[in-house]
Design a protein around this ligand. Structure first.
Ligand code: RB5
Length: 155
């Protein structure tokens, strides 16, 4: 599996701490930065990761900022991206089983690194349940096309 990884200055420490888990799991990671506490703009990093997932160059992505909120808002603007802001093992697991999330978003200022590492493992190991959830995910996917046409009703 190829995974795109990105963070802003509020998330780069947590980004570094999950690299070991990804390597243990044999995941091929492309790290898009950032790599210091120097202030940067989270949409720039959300874009690199989300565009890669949206265009199919990466199966999955992980984005980290201070709260995870800005990264998730930005990531979900990209077609085919289902970015899930998760705070615990339950939301990480359900984001895969029910929502087929392809980007995991976390907040470094919200969760500890021990929990985050376990969330990454669970999120990567949990398959999509399909069934009734597939129909719902398809309805989300349909929004991409409607909104691209500038149509917000009856699409
Ligand atoms: C940066 O201070 C902070 O705003 C950012 O990391 C993130 O939390 C935005 O949602």
């Amino acid at each position: 599996m190829k995974l795109a990884l990105g963070a802003d200055h509020g998330g780069f420490v947590l980004k570094s701490s999950i690299l070991g888990v990804l390597s243990d799991m044999g995941i091929e990671v492309e790290d898009f930065g950032c790599n210091s506490s120097e202030s940067v703009d989270y949409p720039d990093f959300a874009e690199k990761v989300s565009r890669g997932v949206s265009e199919g160059r990466f199966e999955r992505g992980i984005l980290i900022c201070g709260t995870g909120i800005g990264m998730s808002m930005a990531a979900n603007k990209f077609p085919n991206v289902r970015a899930a802001l998760c705070h615990n093992l339950y939301t990480a697991r359900l984001s895969r089983e029910h929502n087929d999330a392809n980007i995991l978003v976390m907040g470094e200022r919200v969760i500890g690194s021990g929990l985050a590492k376990e969330m990454v493992r669970v999120w990567l190991e949990t398959p999509f349940d399909g069934g009734r959830h597939a129909r719902r995910v398809e309805k989300i996917r349909a929004f991409d096309h409607g909104f691209e046409k500038g149509c917000r009703q009856d699409c």
